[in-house]
Design a protein around this ligand. Sequence first.
Ligand code: PHE
Ligand code: NA
Length: 459
Amino acid sequence: MEKTSIHGMWSSRMAFILAATGSAVGLGNIWRFPYMTSDNGGGAFVLVYLGCIALVGLPILMSEILLGRHGRRSPVNALTDLVRELGASKGWISIGWIGMVAGVLILSFYSVVGGWTLHYSWLYISQLLGGNGITDPGATFTGLLSSPGELTLWHAVFMVLTLGVVALGVEKGLERAVRFLMPALFVLLLTLVIYGATTGHLGEAAAFLFKPDWSKISGRTFLDAMGQAFFTLSLGMCTMMTYGAYLPKGVSIPQVGVTVALADTGVALMAGLAIFPIVISFGLDPQGGGPGLIFTSLPHAFNAMPFGIVYGLLFFALLSVAAWTSSISLMEPATAYLVERAGLGRRAAAAVVGAVCWVAGLATVLSFNVWASVRVPEHLRVIGGKNIMDMIEFVSNNLMLPLGGLLIALFTGWVVKQTLLKDELGSLSPAALSLWRWLVRLVAPLLVLAVLITPFLLD
Ligand code: PHE
Ligand code: NA
């Protein structure tokens, strides 16, 4: 009989694709991708990022899914079983631990930013009800950041929504949320791209996004691009491994992997094409936009376009949902682990993880106001001078995720038996299988290693 997971199983191939796409598509695409592109000077960053997706992200995505499906348990336990089965070193189990810690760190700030999207949805609802408009988007955003109370409230609402779905469990909670909302988000982005085209600045925006200016590139750019590739595909912290644990055996892993990677990349590029024409046409600087980029630029467009308030509401509501389906997946590995390990019920486990992440998120909340002047000591390499949120984000996204991914690639490439790989990736032709194998054995590890080390040597 086929081995299944005690946490439930995806009801179909489509259900997995929706859930994995729901995990992948989120703030990473619509909030983070545009501002990372902006901060790194445009086209060259985007090209490096696309290279990272193809050569590193996709192969590791497949590795994570197959490890999860083989193990059918939460990452730490799946790896424990696998290491025993292979007679390999117990050290590999650390992959699961790095992943859980990274997940908690990421969810802590993810939920705060998710709270911003809820707050903006609320601002548009109140406009519909006759409240004040966002006449000065920059000031509205600064106002939100300067209010610890408001940030904490929305952060709490977002976290409760997240743990609510996680508590309900895999089939009931996760599957339902994604089915209609993802396509709706896509359509909305498309209309924003069309609006962007009417401003006459689509060409300029496309040039900024795709014309590489190699003078803008440094070791840090590569690290940012690699970190973004991991973050956006939900890789390196065992999320996809956990989702893979609930994937029925007959489903082709390469096929679902490619689908998820394409959907995610498509949404990120669309977001860029939607946002930069607006940024340019309202006279804002496409460079150095920082984390506020979409919040300070898009409201200008919503103010100017017909039915803009409705559009604004739809946009931020759908972005909240996209963030929600991602945060659910951020919480799943640690929750599944607590259920298996501590014998907690799903609800209690989700509540514990949610509480820990919420408290940790207060550091992010305070980093915008009360602790705004707290900085990492300048003399520290690479992270010196960052504020608290930037530091948490940088360490988890740009360092821990690639490190986790590196270990996952090495483990799948060098330790896991060929027969197991063939069994899980049976749908691949022999040539494609060996291409994938060399990507995870050599190409991905070398690229990740180079990118991780260079900034520490040069900057
Ligand atoms: N991929 C998600 C996004 O782009 C974020 C995420 C990272 C989710 C890691 C799960 C794990 O928004
Ligand atoms: Na993403």
